[in-house]
Design a protein around this ligand. Structure first.
Ligand code: MRU
Length: 373
């Protein structure tokens, strides 16, 4: 998407510099910084410390990391060590394991001298595939928005609530939850977005609000607790969120707080959709609440917030008494029964094993979903 007049992806390979580059998201919205990632440690730190974040982008970053590793040392030992180190960076987003498995699966079958080139090509493909998946998600999601818009009075916007940042910054481009919004704007549909701030790291306030502003999408920032009230008062027509891991049965793991939005949406008959590219589906997991590992992050993220002082300095402030212990589960699981539908690159389906099997018959063998690959 565009930043000013320039089209950016969130990660790219700069041929001139022979370097992988990212937008360092820790500084947004106040500063736009592009940094190169060179060593394995650079890539691992960028994922762990959330210079890049969002499940699809984490996957793409890991793929580029493996490609760079193969340039340095294409041995099996290095392949396995890199897989382990990168996999340990963030436990919940399944796209990380998906991308690492894609790379290792391909490279294991090749002689060492061919690995660097093959890995580079596959990493670029994984990026491009993500962009195309998200474009398709946008087109399918657009039809949902179009139907709601058709029932509106002239001039009335379709009010969409989103949580966290499942925008282009969370993917390689377009975003998952935001892609239908961007497509709706392009189609001339009047949309208005409620952007949840998304404590503790405020990805909504810092990233989604920035994206919406950059692309001229009408929006308001709301506190995380406002969603239920707005739904009770008919001010939310639709919720669209992203996901970090969706089970074979349609349970959705996403940023902490998503579950509460889904409960409020159910209570108020507001359609609740989840947008995802298929690498976010974990075909091995059946019960999301019981089986998905939930990342516990540093309590500093809860006890402090980052913001801009009036003099323009970006800084952190503590918001609680000295020594207050923080608890910081980063994700929660929304059971499939609370979800109206899953918006994937292949279309929209029910959040259930049957719904997913209809869209992904290639993942179903003798009535059982295939686990690997
Ligand atoms: O901790 P983050 O910022 O990596 O988490 C990202 C999310 O949870 C997003 O909401 C998103 O839905 C998943 S990525 C499209």
């Amino acid at each position: 998407m565009k930043v000013g007049d320039t089209h950016y992806r969130s990660i790219w390979f700069d041929e001139g510099d022979d370097q992988v580059k990212i937008i360092d998201q820790r500084w947004l919205p106040h500063e736009f910084r592009v940094v190169p990632l060179v060593s394995r440690e650079d890539f691992a730190t960028a994922i762990r410390d959330m210079w890049v974040r969002g499940a699809p982008l984490i996957g793409a970053t890991a793929a580029f990391a493996m490609a760079r590793e193969m340039k340095n040392d294409p041995s099996d030992t290095n392949l396995d060590e890199a897989w382990e180190e990168l996999h340990a960076t963030r436990p919940t987003a399944i796209n990380l394991r998906w991308a690492l498995d894609q790379m290792r699966g391909l490279l294991r079958g090749l002689p060492e001298k061919e690995r660097a080139e093959a890995a580079h090509v596959r990493a670029l493909e994984i990026s491009d595939e993500d962009v195309e998946c998200n474009r398709q998600i946008g087109l399918h999601g657009l039809e949902i928005i179009r139907k709601i818009a058709a029932g509106k009075k002239p001039g009335e916007p379709v009010n969409i609530l989103t949580h966290c940042n499942a925008g282009w910054l969370a993917t390689v481009d377009w975003g998952t939850a935001t892609s239908p919004m961007y497509h709706a704007v392009e189609a001339g549909i009047n949309v208005h977005i409620w952007v949840d701030e998304t404590r503790p790291r405020n990805q909504g306030a810092q990233l989604t609000a920035w994206e919406m502003d950059s692309h001229g999408v009408p929006h308001h920032l709301i506190v995380d607790n406002a969603g239920g009230h707005l739904m009770q008062h008919g001010q939310v027509d639709l919720v669209i969120v992203g996901t970090d891991r969706t089970t074979a049965h349609g349970d959705v793991c996403n940023k902490i707080g998503t579950y509460l939005k889904a409960l409020a949406a159910k209570d108020n008959n507001v359609p609740f959709y989840v947008a995802l590219p298929s690498p976010t589906i974990d075909w091995t997991v059946r019960d999301g609440v019981a089986e998905i590992p939930i990342e516990e992050r540093d309590d500093d993220e809860v006890t402090k917030v980052q913001g801009k002082l009036l003099d323009g300095t970006v800084t952190q402030v503590q918001i609680c008494p000295d020594g207050t212990p923080g608890g910081n589960p980063a994700f929660d699981v929304t059971p499939a029964r609370l979800i109206t539908g899953l918006i994937t690159e292949r279309g929209v389906c029910e959040a259930s094993a049957e719904g997913l099997a209809k869209l992904f018959p290639d993942r179903v063998v003798n009535g059982q979903q295939k686990a690997a690959g």
